[in-house]
Write a protein that binds this ligand. Structure first.
Ligand SMILES: *[C@@H]1O[C@H](CO)[C@@H](O)[C@H](O)[C@H]1NC(C)=O
Ligand SMILES: *[C@@H]1O[C@H](CO)[C@@H](O)[C@H](O)[C@H]1NC(C)=O
Ligand SMILES: *[C@@H]1O[C@H](CO)[C@@H](O)[C@H](O)[C@H]1NC(C)=O
Length: 807
């Protein structure tokens, strides 16, 4: 760019000798229709990006780079593809046609296209991408679309943002498959729904590769300016190509006119005189000046190719000399993600087996949409391996990195590998294994450093990757401690707590990590849960877990630093400050004795739903709650189990058993419970005359109470119709309305049958909804066999074979 500023440039205008002639009437042309999707997508690209037209250059350069990359990789096996054009480069020229139109010509010496490929690549589109592109284009703003077109191979159509007509002339590389390549032209205008192909009337002039000629629209003449082009390339594309990008420029120079110089000895005289006495010089000056000023200088136009991306690639530079902006631009150009990365780490090292390398790791600002929903779409695709600055592959296999880390974007450049190494060979070397460990170590270091040094950034990282760290703690046992340190939770006392911070806040005697899990619920909702009433009132901290992954995390961790996790919706909750366990036990026995008639009676009422009814030690204001017994499912797990695809509709005995393992806990201090106790005690004994009416009324109250407790505790009621009918009766009673008075049930009947089905009821649009067939809860495949709560083995009596609390 610096060189550029100093150049005197205007609109470049060069002879159009080698340029494509527009009059090609004598050659036979083949007319093709665009595939209908292409026509549609082209329109979307043009309309949605109109205010962002600069992207055309970025996209065309990116395509040129891909073609060159492909050529170089092919050349490793078939060196003859290099014939025709030895140097691999991209050139850009802007000039004026005879009729005054502006043209931009972008040429690469890449792999090129055969006539068939021209038609196929530019006129049709892989069906699979279409609907996904449409869905995403329609749900994002224009900058979003700008980012998408490259990813979906639609970059070429951005030419029509600035061009009325586009010619693509291409000559495929000479190879065993195309021994006699021919240079063909694809031609299309912005508003036609068809394109033409025909042999290039100039013959095979390209040597090899592709030349795109844009006939600029009248409203796009701003691009017909070499300054503008150079700025755009520097801004968006200086990192997108490892191949040189040259821009054609012309500048006017004033040079001595040879002919006049020869005729007159003036200059010689002047030089001779300079060293002599001033008086003499002055004399000479006066005499000579008129002669020198005369047309002894002339203007000449100097043609020059300027190398735009002449800096070495940033990963080989000293990190101290690379600016943040350069790191960001390099990221955007390399990974085609036009949002800024959250963080990066640039380092060099040695694999230990003697291969030195340099690497940059980037943390993107968001996770791919498919990360949690589509296991197939999530192998690391952005681990770019170079050897001696030459790109080798970005596909290092499914397990190049563990799932928790495979969203990082990495450039690795190894010094001492052979250039012709293939992926298969790589996998058999130690290099990949070693580089994997090194990268993981650095990713963790990077995250840990952000956590320790930049809390604001760490918050951003948490927002995007918080769940990824939980996944990592479960998945990567080797790095578990470091992963757990990165994990944060909401609690009833803080918005963000690490497990270590939680332990530091543990109260005297407390020997459990209390947590409440209910997927999909907000921390604010969970903070009001019946299960944490007493813990909260007494000042204990409780982790509030609202994500499905949280439950998987705690079930897999079970203990942290020798302290067990305790689900507060389950039996087994202990505060740990019970002064004298014996005394508390006695107290409980006294209470149990006092409430015995109610406990027994309620157990009879609730036997369909719970295994037992007990006195609670976790309730403060609520009258009762349903908790999971030691081996039962909490409401959260019950929901997860029944939504997991494997369990849908299944009624395995173990599943049914676990569902029954619930306790109804009652709060002995609740006036409602005390009142209920009194009423139950007043019921006639078994050997007395039964009071049917009083008993039925009590049963109804009990039933609503139990169902209410189920709902409050996150379970669903067994029969919600029955629940509502009973509630209706109780409400009538409390309002003094007749319990039996009928409701007027006359309704207007439906109109007669209408057998006509309208033809336009077309549901094919459903095909276009991405992920429409996904089940509600997705548990990553890699976790399914690690999730230990899936099946609890039980013996014939229904007792667990391996109680989970045996640690
Ligand atoms: C680009 O490469 C071609 C052949 O490979 C060569 O003829 C041409 O001079 C190169 N362009 C520049 C500007 O160096
Ligand atoms: C790679 O190149 C080296 C030297 O150029 C050669 O000895 C080796 O056989 C090549 N390997 C493959 C797999 O082509
Ligand atoms: C916690 O988050 C809530 C809601 O997002 C916010 O209102 C509150 O101020 C936060 N509290 C702290 C201590 O950051």
């Amino acid at each position: 760019m610096r060189i550029f500023r100093s150049l005197l440039l205007g609109l470049a205008a060069i002879a159009t000798g080698s340029a494509l002639a527009q009059d090609t009437s004598e050659v036979p042309k083949e007319k093709h229709d665009y595939q209908s999707d292409v026509a549609r997508l082209r329109k979307i690209v043009i309309n949605s990006l109109y205010s962002n037209r600069d992207v055309f250059l970025r996209e065309l350069i990116s395509n040129a780079n891909d073609a060159l990359e492909k050529l170089r990789l092919t050349a490793l096996k078939e060196p003859e593809v290099l014939t025709g054009a030895e140097e691999l480069n991209i050139t850009i020229q802007a000039f004026k046609d005879d009729d005054g139109h502006g043209r931009i010509v972008i040429r690469d010496t890449g792999i090129g296209m055969t006539p068939e490929e021209l038609t196929k690549n530019l006129g049709t589109l892989a069906k699979s991408g279409t609907s996904e592109f449409l869905a995403r284009a329609e749900s994002t703003d224009t900058t979003g679309t700008g980012n998408l077109i490259g990813a979906f191979g639609l970059g070429f159509y951005s030419s029509f943002l600035v061009a009325d007509r586009v010619y693509v002339s291409s000559l495929a590389a000479k190879s065993s498959q195309t021994p006699e390549p021919a240079q063909y032209i694809f031609s299309s205008s912005a508003d036609e729904s068809s394109f033409e192909t025909y042999p290039d009337p100039r013959g095979n002039t390209l040597g090899r590769g592709t030349e795109i000629t844009l006939i600029l629209r009248d409203d796009a003449l701003e691009y017909f300016d070499t300054h503008k082009i150079a700025d755009l390339v520097n801004k968006h594309s200086s990192f997108s190509s490892q191949f040189p990008i040259y821009l054609f420029t012309q500048r006017t120079e004033h040079v001595p006119d040879e002919e006049t110089v020869e005729e007159s000895p003036a200059e010689e005289t002047l030089e001779k005189e300079v060293d002599e006495d001033e008086a003499v010089v002055e004399d000479v000056d006066e005499a000579e000046e008129t002669e020198i000023k005369e047309p002894k200088m002339k203007e000449v136009v100097v043609d020059e190719w300027i190398h735009l991306n002449s800096q070495p690639p940033i990963w080989v530079r000293d990190p101290k000399t690379v600016t943040d902006e350069e790191y960001e631009l390099f990221y955007q150009a390399t990974f085609k993600d036009y949002e800024k990365p959250l963080a990066w780490h640039h380092f060099s090292g040695d694999t230990g087996s003697g291969t030195s390398f340099r690497a940059i790791i980037y943390i993107p600002s968001k996770l791919d949409d498919a990360y949690w929903t589509n296991p197939l779409a999530t192998s690391s695709k952005d681990l770019r391996l170079m050897v001696k600055r030459t790109f080798i592959t970005s596909d290092l296999g499914e397990d190049a990195l563990p799932k928790w880390a495979n969203w990082v974007k990495v450039v690795v450049d190894a010094e001492d590998l052979p250039l012709n190494v293939s992926r298969e060979q790589l996998q058999s070397t130690k290099f990949l294994k070693q580089i994997r460990q090194i990268l993981l170590k650095h990713i963790l270091q990077m995250l840990t450093r952000i956590m320790e040094e930049d809390s604001e950034k760490f918050e951003e990282v948490q927002k995007v990757y918080g769940n990824v760290f939980k996944l990592g703690a479960v998945e990567d046992k080797r790095n578990r401690d470091k992963m757990v340190a990165l994990v944060r939770f909401h609690t009833n006392q803080r918005n963000s707590t690490s497990l270590d911070e939680y332990l530091a806040n543990k109260k005297k005697g407390q020997n459990q990590i209390f947590y409440l899990a209910d997927m999909g619920k907000t921390p604010e909702f969970l903070a009001n849960s019946v299960f944490i009433e007493k813990l909260d009132a007494r000042g204990y901290e409780v982790l509030l877990l609202g994500d499905p992954l949280d439950e998987i995390f705690v079930q897999n961790m079970r203990v942290w630093k020798k302290v067990q996790f305790q689900d507060v919706a389950k039996a087994g909750l202990k505060f740990g400050d019970e002064a004298d366990p014996e005394e508390e036990k006695q107290e409980l026995e006294v209470l149990t004795e006092k409430f015995r008639p109610l406990l027994d009676w309620l157990k009879g009422q609730a036997e369909e739903v719970v295994r037992d009814v007990v006195i609670s030690n976790r309730l403060v204001t609520s009258s009762c709650a349903v908790v999971a017994d030691m081996f039962g499912y909490t409401a959260n797990i019950e929901r997860m189990m029944s939504s997991a695809p494997a369990n849908q509709g299944s009624k395995s005995p173990m599943h049914e058993f676990a569902k029954k393992q619930k306790l109804l806990e009652i709060n002995p201090k609740s006036p409602l419970i005390q009142g209920l106790l009194r009423r139950v005690e007043q019921l006639p004994a078994e050997d007395e005359e039964p009071d049917v009416e009083a008993e039925n009324e009590l049963k109804e109250v009990a039933s609503v109470l139990i169902d209410g407790a189920l709902v409050r505790s996150g379970f669903s009621v067994q029969d919600s119709n029955e629940f509502f009918i009973r509630t209706d009766r109780i409400l009538r009673r409390s309002l003094g309305v007749s319990e039996t008075a009928p409701t007027d049930t006359t309704v207007k009947p439906a109109p007669p049958v209408d057998p006509e089905i309208k033809a336009e009821d077309d549901f094919s649009f459903l095909d276009d909804i991405p992920g429409g067939d996904q089940p509600g809860v997705y548990i990553p495949e890699s976790l399914r066999d690690q999730v230990s709560w899936e099946v609890e083995e039980i013996d014939e009596e229904g007792n667990p074979v391996h109680p989970r609390d045996e640690l």
